[in-house]
Design a protein around this ligand. Structure first.
Ligand SMILES: C/C(=C\CNc1ncnc2c1ncn2[C@@H]1O[C@H](COP(=O)(O)O)[C@@H](O)[C@H]1O)CO
Length: 221
């Protein structure tokens, strides 16, 4: 079955991926647009910080982020999607997988990334942003940073989330804190590094607690 084989191929190909960040944004942005410039810088900064960069492997912001990672010597991953108007995976991708099903592809974006960075985009980008926020809000993924870059683009949406969605209690005020908004590439990368470190410390503390509990039990016996 094609659906199953997409999951298997994705898991097999990405199993040994180093820590990675998924970057989303418009397929339609021109290479000389401000968001592509930002995405290219971000791809480079993530690669220098040791992260692989995962995108949808398409044109626009995706290509710019892949390019930045590739030029900085990092691992540049593209999870392409079969579309009626075939585009192919962009030339800056080192490791590419083609998917027919959006949902199998979406699993890979989350499972193999430590964080999402979202740049200006359309429906596809919004889908990816709100999927991530839903997973974090419902506790399906924990300590998963969602960074929005291109603050002017996002300001109208953020005003609406604050002024309508939260005011009408469709989300809690704390949910607004799930997103970090910045136009500064270094701040975005640092936010991700800090969240990674906090998660590692939390896991270490949990491990220590489990070991202490097991030792106490065996001492009692
Ligand atoms: C529309 C054009 C090309 C489409 N090619 C895509 N290739 C890969 N991934 C895509 C493509 N289009 C959408 N995506 C995914 O959605 C996000 C961008 O969608 P948006 O609506 O443009 O914001 C992106 O992150 C991809 O994962 C024309 O050149």
């Amino acid at each position: 079955m094609r659906i199953l084989s997409e999951f298997v191929e994705g898991f097999d190909t990405l199993a040994d991926l180093p820590p990675a960040v998924s970057v989303f944004g418009s397929a339609r942005s021109k290479p000389d647009s401000p968001e592509c410039e930002l995405a290219r810088q971000l791809g480079g900064a993530l690669a220098r910080a040791g992260y692989a960069v995962i995108t949808g492997g398409g044109p626009g912001v995706m290509e710019a982020a892949n390019r930045g990672a590739n030029e900085a010597g990092g691992l540049s991953v593209g999870l392409g999607i079969e579309l009626p108007f075939e585009q192919g995976i962009n030339e800056w991708v080192d490791m590419g997988i083609d998917f027919r099903y959006f949902f199998a592809r979406k699993t890979m974006f989350v499972k193999y990334a430590q964080a999402f960075v979202v740049l200006p985009g359309g429906f596809g980008t919004m889908d990816e942003l709100f999927e991530a926020l839903t997973l974090v809000q419902t506790g399906k993924v924990t300590r998963f940073p969602v960074v929005l870059m291109g603050s002017t683009y996002w300001s109208g949406l953020l005003d609406w989330l604050r002024g309508t969605m939260a005011v009408e209690s469709k989300i809690s005020p704390a949910d607004l804190e799930l997103m970090c908004v910045t136009d500064d590439v270094d701040e975005a990368v640092q936010h991700i590094i800090d969240a990674d470190a906090a998660l590692a410390a939390e896991q270490e503390a949990l491990k220590d607690a489990a070991v202490a509990q097991a030792e106490a039990k065996s001492a009692e016996a």
